[in-house]
Design a protein around this ligand. Structure first.
Ligand code: ADP
Ligand code: F6P
Length: 324
């Protein structure tokens, strides 16, 4: 099956995500089972440019499926955005006999993979980001763990918010995407959910809503605010001033990116890693693995990057009616 390729590489790039280890493990073990050599590239494209390349075998990925983070480490690398950096990266792959490369990361990382593909290295992207902001796929590695971690933290904040009869503004990650906020907002029964894709800056409406829920006897008012909107401290101050309700802001931050991956993240990441190796064995390149409409599929990276992701209208509509 793998006539065309003898050695593949694997790297993680961009923000880490729980489940990346499961994907690395699957890439390595499936590749080994197909008779391929595997090289692990540490610290993303930065490590590739510095030739931080290690041999990997089935044993090197033992005892990692349950671990958060990425055993290959990750990085962001400006040099890879330059033509010179991309050529150097392709040369280094060739020097180390890496004919195929699995890149686990987000849209930015896929752009690097696309460039390497055009320079003769067969590359396959696997969507790894807690943000769920990759348009071609309904699932990205790490989102499930991140929203579960955030949900548990928000439940705890809700307890203290109720005891003190306070308003809480809780900021969750997602870069410019609102999916983590939307899912936490629904799962935590938030009174308001602020999403960058839909936020119209109408703070007066928000404040009136808080006054209204207070009048109706609510003991707390939980606002899930997406990182893409930000300014949670300022918003909390304004709410306190205008409603008279004691208000606290909490920015959940990087705790959302850590921790042992959920069952879903372990299994989906394993299947996507295996799917990526199969594509390389078929001689494919410049593809990204996706999960769409209940199936594992793949898209050309160019096509995947051209797609735009918006908040699902049904999910948004339901969330508006539930948040009261
Ligand atoms: P993510 O992969 O999660 O979207 P980033 O956007 O930070 O994260 O991208 C990760 C890395 O991918 C960057 O640090 C850079 O090395 C590489 N990358 C991003 N954009 C490009 C690009 N236009 N061309 C080549 N490489 C890129
Ligand atoms: O893309 C994942 C993510 O955690 C985003 O939600 C967030 O905006 C960003 O990475 C934070 O990056 P850093 O870890 O570099 O602060």
């Amino acid at each position: 099956m793998s006539d065309q390729i003898k050695t593949i590489g694997v790297l993680t790039s961009g923000g880490d995500a729980p489940g990346m280890n499961a994907a690395i493990r699957a890439v390595v073990r499936i590749a080994v089972s197909r008779g391929l050599q595997v090289k692990g590239i540490q610290r993303g494209y930065s490590g590739l440019l510095n030739e931080e390349i290690i041999d990997m075998d089935a044993k090197s990925v033992a005892d990692i499926i349950q671990k958060g983070g990425t055993i290959l480490y990750t990085a962001r690398c400006e040099e890879m955005k330059t033509e010179e950096g991309q050529k150097k990266a392709a040369e280094i792959c060739k020097k180390h006999g890496i004919e195929g490369l699995v890149v686990i990361g987000g849209d930015g990382s896929f752009q690097g993979a696309q460039k390497l593909s055009h320079l003769g290295i067969n590359t396959i992207g696997v969507p790894g980001t807690i943000d769920l902001d990759i348009a071609c796929t309904d699932y990205t590695i790490g989102f499930d763990t991140a929203v579960n971690t955030a949900m548990e933290a928000i439940d705890k904040i809700r307890d203290t918010s109720t005891s003190h009869e306070r308003c809480s503004v809780i900021e969750v990650m997602g870069r410019s995407a609102g999916y983590i906020a939307l899912w936490c907002g629904i799962a935590n029964g938030a009174e308001d959910i602020l999403l960058p894709e839909r936020w119209d800056n109408d703070e007066d409406m928000l404040i009136n809503h808080i006054k209204d829920t207070r009048k109706r006897g609510k003991k707390h008012h939980i606002i899930i605010n997406a990182e893409g909107i930000g300014h949670s401290q300022e918003l909390a101050k304004k709410i306190e001033k205008e409603t008279g309700m004691e208000t606290r802001a909490t920015i959940l931050g990087h705790l959302q990116r850590g921790g042992s991956p959920t069952c879903k993240d372990r299994v989906y990441a394993s299947l996507m890693g295996a799917y990526a190796v199969d594509l390389l064995c078929q001689g494919k390149s410049n593809r990204v693995v996706a999960y769409a409409h209940g199936e594992y599929v793949d898209f050309e990276i160019d096509e995947a990057l051209a797609m735009k992701k918006d908040i699902d209208e049904f999910q948004f509509d339901v969330s508006k009616h539930l948040a009261r």
